[in-house]
Ligand binder design. Structure first.
Ligand code: DOR
Ligand code: ZN
Length: 344
């Protein structure tokens, strides 16, 4: 196949950040996605309706003229989140809340210690029809970083899913065969997003032949058998799995650093890279479901009206992009060739 046309896709998990950088990050996503679920891990985090709506207006300001992109806002759960916060957020149009275990990732210090304490909040979310988005990793120092996703399933997620049968739960950016199996075996109210990097890469791409800081993200890349399980499940066409890039920009100097930040800035190549993966898998017929249909259906939103077209054409991801503050950022897959290109 030399060309593929999809219903306009959505990105069900990304990080736009805030301030000047929005003109870069929002434009990169709006070039091909109609909507995106915007993560709330700002400093300070987006913990109430007023903050979510103010953040939404700053994003909307940054949408390029003539583009009808729509940001979908998310509340950041803390131990101080109240039932009233959930009600107010829902009334303001916030559609989901994000659970970060404390210390799990970038700007998650304010997050949750003791997940059971949030059960009354989850109950209210189920009542309000708000989705629970989960960064599924435990954070205890004694748990090996490669085992943290599985440990989260066994210690927390199984219980949450058993307890809240009416709460829609998205297990975000899954990385292991354990997570794939868990989601497949869970009831219909449980789904997962998958990033381009976890489909394309495994931990050798992070660690063999020198550390590759631009492939460092959380949850960290896993061994190739886990990568294979992710690839197989997207090729199966299961409606429980959908596109979430986790595009997460960090300036070059913060990635190429003695204590480098986690996150891959994939917005400029993500749709093309997913297409490349589905092509490799001989599953291009499953791409539209993954990118444009399953997520909307799970969220209870209409699918998009328009279309995007990708052509089989090789291009090279730029080595660097200069941010509005003048600093460089290295995009995901920098300097590497991609075999599909978004048609203008
Ligand atoms: O790699 C990551 N980067 N994983 C996350 O969960 C957060 C994100 C970020 O905000 O940079
Ligand atoms: Zn994320």
């Amino acid at each position: 196949m030399q060309q593929i046309t999809l219903r306009t896709p959505d990105d069900w998990h990304l990080h736009f950040r805030d301030g000047d950088i929005l003109s870069e990050t929002v434009a990169a996503t709006a070039r091909c996605f109609k909507r995106a679920i915007v993560m709330p891990n700002l400093v300070p985090p987006v913990t109430n309706a007023a903050m979510a709506m103010a953040y939404k207006s700053r994003i909307v300001e940054a949408i390029p003229d003539g583009n009808n992109f729509e940001p979908l806002m998310v509340l950041y759960l803390t131990n101080d989140t109240s039932v009233q916060d959930i009600q107010d957020a829902k009334a303001a149009g916030v559609i989901a809340a994000k659970l970060y275990p404390a210390g799990a990732t970038t700007n998650s210090d304010a997050a949750v210690d003791g997940i059971e304490a949030l059960y009354p909040i989850f109950e209210e979310m189920a009542k309000q029809g708000m989705l629970l988005l989960i960064h599924g990793e435990v954070t205890e120092a004694e748990i090996d970083i490669f085992d943290r996703e599985k440990a989260f399933i066994d210690r927390f997620l199984r219980k949450i899913v058993a307890e809240f049968v009416d709460l829609k739960i998205v297990f975000e950016h899954i990385t292991t065969s354990d997570a794939v199996d868990f989601v497949v075996e869970s009831p219909e109210n449980v789904a997962a997003t998958i990033t381009p990097q976890h489909l394309l890469l495994n931990r050798n791409d992070l660690l063999v032949g020198g550390v590759k800081p631009h492939n460092y993200c959380l949850p960290v890349l896993k061994r190739n058998t886990h990568q294979q399980a992710l690839r197989e499940v997207v090729a199966s066409g299961s409606s429980k799995f959908f596109l979430g890039t986790d595009s997460a920009p960090h300036e070059k100097e913060r990635k190429e650093n003695a204590c480098g930040c986690a996150g891959c800035y994939s917005a400029w190549s993500a749709l093309e890279l997913y297409t490349h993966v589905f092509d490799e898998l001989g599953a291009l017929d499953k791409l539209e479901g993954f990118a444009s249909i399953h997520g909307a259906n799970f969220y209870g939103l209409a699918v998009n009206e328009g279309t995007v077209t990708l052509k089989k054409e090789t291009w090279t991801v730029p080595e660097e992009i200069i941010l509005p503050n003048g600093k460089p950022i290295v995009p995901f897959y920098a300097g590497q060739q991609v075999s599909w290109k978004l048609a203008e």
